[in-house]
Design a protein around this ligand. Structure first.
Ligand SMILES: [Zn+2]
Length: 81
């Protein structure tokens, strides 16, 4: 009885991935991901682990959002010229 409740709960928690990246790996990928996002290619499977980490880690999400603001500002400067 207890087992079945646990079995229902486990797949959602584990998702389908056994891999996870660390904050430093996430940090390394942030610039590439933001550039991919600006190019509309961030949904790529390449960034699946990155997105997963970003969804779980507020520190990395704030880092990502800060960098994205910088790159968006640069991109709009380029378009203005
Ligand atoms: Zn992190």
């Amino acid at each position: 009885m207890e087992q079945s409740a646990l079995e229902r709960w486990m797949p959602a928690v584990l998702d389908t991935r056994d891999e996870e990246i660390s904050c430093s790996q996430c940090f390394d990928q942030t610039p590439a991901y933001v550039e991919a996002e600006l190019a509309g290619q961030h949904q790529s499977e390449v960034y699946a682990l990155f997105r997963q980490h970003l969804g779980q880690c507020r520190v990395c999400r704030e880092e990502y959002e800060a960098l994205k603001e910088v790159l968006l500002a640069e991109a709009s400067d380029e378009r203005a010229e």
